[in-house]
Design a protein around this ligand. Sequence first.
Ligand code: APR
Length: 171
Amino acid sequence: MDERIQLLDTDITMLAVDAIVNAANNSLLGGGGVDGAIHRSAGPGLLEECRQLHGCPTGDARITKGYDLPARYVIHSVGPVWQGGRAGEEELLADCYRSCFRLAAEHGLQTLAFPAISTGVYGFPKKKAAAIAVRQTRRALATNSSLERVIFVCFNRETREAYAEALGQRE
Ligand code: APR
């Protein structure tokens, strides 16, 4: 396993990294899950900045400051809602990771933390999502020499097992 990839069982809002990724919705105006947690920890300034962005298409990402979070930036990425797998969901989720890594490269970010985008409310199968996340991360690490660490935050056991399997080692 690439030693630059790390699994952490923690709350993503606690991480003092260059950017944490938010599993947002198209409005970028907050929600439940990790989106709710990030907005609660960041404070009202985050929502103010998000309002100026006027939304984000599925598969794309936007970057904002981190406000009261320990992270410098928040990268808001809008994952696909799982609809059974025949509506291009897998490609859209891959697009999310590619969009986040593009922003990280543009801003010269060195450390990044992802939640398991789309695998909560949006119902994306965890193992499929983890395989997509690992594949896109390995590609990004191979091409972006500034990237020093990518953390996959596991908020439940099933997510951790999915990443561990995707990284080629079962728990
Ligand atoms: N830290 C890390 N991971 C978390 C946290 C947290 N504080 N809270 C939840 N998670 C995990 C969930 O357990 C899941 O593994 O983040 C993953 C993504 O789940 P959701 O937050 O439900 O995101 P998603 O499935 O992408 O659905 C997005 O939910 O909250 C709304 O506004 C959001 O409409 C959007 C939708």
